[in-house]
Design a protein around this ligand. Structure first.
Ligand SMILES: [Zn+2]
Length: 61
């Protein structure tokens, strides 16, 4: 059973830390700070790559 990888994101504006699942952080995804509403766009696929490698049980790339 795959375990979700949770990424901690720090808001660049208010420094609030909040969590998102790695598999939800695709390239181009916009995450919104729950405190100040700042929107940060995810660039690149490193989070989804992490989630996929874990689901496949591949270990190190
Ligand atoms: Zn914020």
């Amino acid at each position: 059973m795959a375990k979700d990888i949770v990424i901690t994101i720090t808001c660049p504006v208010c420094s609030k830390e909040f969590s998102k699942k790695a598999k939800d952080l695709k390239d181009g995804t916009v995450v919104k700070c729950p405190k100040c509403g700042e929107q940060t766009k995810i660039r690149g696929t490193m989070f989804t790559d992490m989630a996929e490698s874990t689901e496949k049980g591949a270990g190190h790339a």
